[in-house]
Design a protein around this ligand. Structure first.
Ligand SMILES: Nc1ncnc2c1ncn2[C@@H]1O[C@H](COP(=O)(O)OP(=O)(O)OP(=O)(O)O)[C@@H](O)[C@H]1O
Ligand SMILES: [Mg+2]
Length: 367
């Protein structure tokens, strides 16, 4: 898919911007603090409906203003779509509203209308950082792909918060209520875990292939889903039963610790080279190459599963890589139709590209 237009209003440091990106590679260069990441953040919002940088979305509204918007038009394989996202300040918080082809829609409907795969410097911590990063990686992709995953995740999170609140309250525990929470959590949790297990299996194959292509003599890269509880993930019904049993078995410990200890909110994904877990034993370079393989894999799997080439957004990551890895990475993201790459200096790439400079929130094409 190809984003043909992006219009910003009062979005971060952009008072107003009209941008007509090119197909293929768009390289956006500029000194620090000129608006490179802000522009990528805005484009990503057309796909995910939220910021990839902040949970406090009031920050998106330009200082002194009350409403920010990102509008866009994209060409898909067989159609075109116009998208609009508004961020409206309400005190210190923000409310968002969305339209698709001019009609107001809820977030769940907006999400994933166009697919984006983002790669930002924080992703370089995917291997060695906390499990929450790897769960977020699964959630962002699966939510964009399927409205049902997003809905299950939202309900699971809400039920979990209610159960946590009850455990924390420290009153006489209401066993019936806890049992009722566990039934719902097992049901929703099983669906999330099944979707995650299937996705990680595909991701693992694609990541291993990319890694093998770059480093044919290295031990193979393995990517494994580590569900919590550590159970097999065969089919939904069995899983629901097993997860429910694990939740019930964990209840005495949960009451003691006053925390929800079991379930997909504690899942992880483990990366290893041969038999060596990369988080503990990988060198910086090994971890970095594994992340690149994972990102290239994410792109390939989303493309295969949706039949559309996602828009690729690389914020400042190429500059973190040596020339060889830059080429290798872009070469391995097969069949991308459009990519946006930011950098402080034009990267020395062999592939052709449209180039832009951004200075104080003004964008001009230089090539
Ligand atoms: N809500 C806002 N209102 C006004 N300006 C903002 C707002 N949010 C961020 N900015 C400013 O936007 C500017 C550009 O930020 P951005 O992150 O896009 O920079 P960048 O070009 O990516 O720089 P770097 O190379 O350092 O990553 C920053 O100076 C930041 O303070
Ligand atoms: Mg930046």
């Amino acid at each position: 898919m190809i984003v043909r237009s992006v219009t910003l209003g009062s979005f971060r440091n952009y008072a107003a911007l009209e941008f007509a990106p090119s197909a293929g590679l768009n390289i956006i260069v500029g000194r620090n603090a000129q608006g490179k990441s802000n522009l990528l953040e805005a484009i990503a919002m057309l796909g995910t409906g939220k910021s990839f940088r902040t949970g406090r979305e009031a920050e998106l509204v330009q200082r002194g203003q009350s409403v920010a918007f990102v509008n866009g038009m994209a060409e898909l394989a067989r159609s075109r779509i116009t998208l609009a996202c508004r961020v409206i300040l309400q005190g210190n918080a923000a409310r968002k509203s969305y339209t698709v082809d001019g009609a107001p829609v809820r977030y769940a409907k907006f999400l994933g209308s166009i697919k984006v795969v983002t790669f930002v410097p924080a992703d370089l911590l995917l291997v060695s950082g906390p499990p929450s990063l790897r769960r977020a990686m699964l959630n962002i992709t699966l939510s964009q792909e399927r409205a049902t995953y997003y809905a299950d995740l939202a309900r699971y999170t809400k039920q979990l918060a209610q159960k946590s609140a009850h455990l924390r309250a420290g009153e006489q525990p209401d066993r019936e209520l806890l049992a009722a929470y566990n039934v719902v959590l097992a049901d929703l949790g099983a669906r999330l875990m099944l979707a995650r297990a299937r996705y990680v299996l595909q991701l693992a194959q694609a990541a291993a292939a990319a890694h093998r292509h770059w480093l044919p003599t290295s031990p193979p890269l393995t990517v494994g889903y580590r569900p919590n509880p550590a159970i097999e993930v065969p089919d939904e019904a069995t899983l629901r039963g097993d997860l429910h049993a694990a939740l019930e078995a964990a209840l005495p410990r949960e009451l003691l610790r006053r925390q929800c200890l079991v379930g997909p909110h504690r899942d992880d994904v483990e990366l290893a080279l041969g038999a060596q877990p990369l988080a503990q034993f990988g060198s910086q370079g090994q971890q970095r190459t594994a992340v690149l393989a994972l990102k290239a894999a994410e792109y390939a799997v989303v493309r295969e599963r949706t039949g559309e080439a996602p828009v690729l957004l690389l914020d400042d990551v190429l500059s973190e890589l040596d020339a060889e890895r830059q080429e290798a990475f872009l070469g391995s993201v097969e069949g991308y139709e459009q990519a946006f790459v930011t950098a402080t200096a034009v990267p020395g790439l062999k592939v052709g590209s449209a180039q832009y400079v951004v200075e104080a929130a003004r964008l001009s094409r230089i090539r």
